[in-house]
Design a binder for this molecule. Sequence first.
Ligand code: SAH
Ligand code: AVI
Length: 317
Amino acid sequence: MIARELIAPPPYAEDVQLGLFGSQKTLPCKLFYDRAGSALFEQITRLPEYYPTRTELEILCGHGAEIAKEVRPGVTVVELGSGTATKTTTLLQAFSRRQMRVPYVPVDISPAALAEAQERVQSQCTRVSVRPVVADFSQGFGFLRNIRGRKLVLYLGSSIGNFDPGPAVEMLSQIRSQLAAGDALLLGTDLVKDPSILVPAYDDAQGITAQFNKNILARLNRELGANFDLSFFSHIAAWSPVKSRIEIYLESLRPQVVDLGLLNSRVKLANGERIHTENSYKYTMPMVREMLELSGFSLDASWFDDRTWFALHLARV
Ligand code: SAH
Ligand code: AVI
């Protein structure tokens, strides 16, 4: 048996320690996306209740040509949080139809998702060269400096909505500071709508989102040697109209003490106590405009689906 002290904890160990010992227990949502979590997210995108992916795809299918027209030849397309790039091929094909040869740089924290993105884009978009980058956005956007020439940065899927408003502006400002005149950002945002549509999208009948949420604990078991019993937690998704966000929690179903393995500590949870794992903000147009303006971008155009459930925004530097 190898002594615990000899195994280095993963780089996120300190975040876990800080999150689980605060008054409101939290875990960072970036921990969802190991190999198992990225595969579960793929399943989520195909659920009948999870409208964002197919709605954003509808916009890309309907308006991809118009979007491509807004972009000058010679750009490199950099996609932040690309995941497996399922929707992106639609946009890249629209560029190809305009005879544009675009290099494509998918950037993600999940190497498993990036490998799939590379394979998909190379097989579906023959005029596109693919150069994946593994990066954690919490370490900054210095990698953008290594990409020469004009850039179109994609940030799709309303992934920006997983950041609170202050950190979202901070992040977009960091991106903006790495861009130059002529560069642009294509940002996907989910829009405010009736909670009867929002809540099931995050609490589906098949329980896939619950598995996705609980995978964060399974990951801590695998990588930290923690001993969370997943059956002692339930998945909660709640709409907060005041904060304009879906809040995701793991609720303890009994009083329990969990050993955190490599962290050499134990965490105590009361019956009903919640670990906050994710927020997913839903936007109005004034919220989007304010977020972009505070980050130094100017909103140039927005495209919507027929039900106005989701929007894609082109913002210029
Ligand atoms: N853009 C895709 C995937 C969205 S899922 C879509 O619209 O369907 C969010 C993606 O962001 C995941 O692939 C996840 O691995 C990535 N991600 C989450 N946190 C990250 C971080 N801190 N740094 C880099 N990528 C991150
Ligand atoms: C990646 N992100 C935009 C998803 C969302 O809708 O907030 C993550 C997710 N969480 C649960 N379901 C999907």
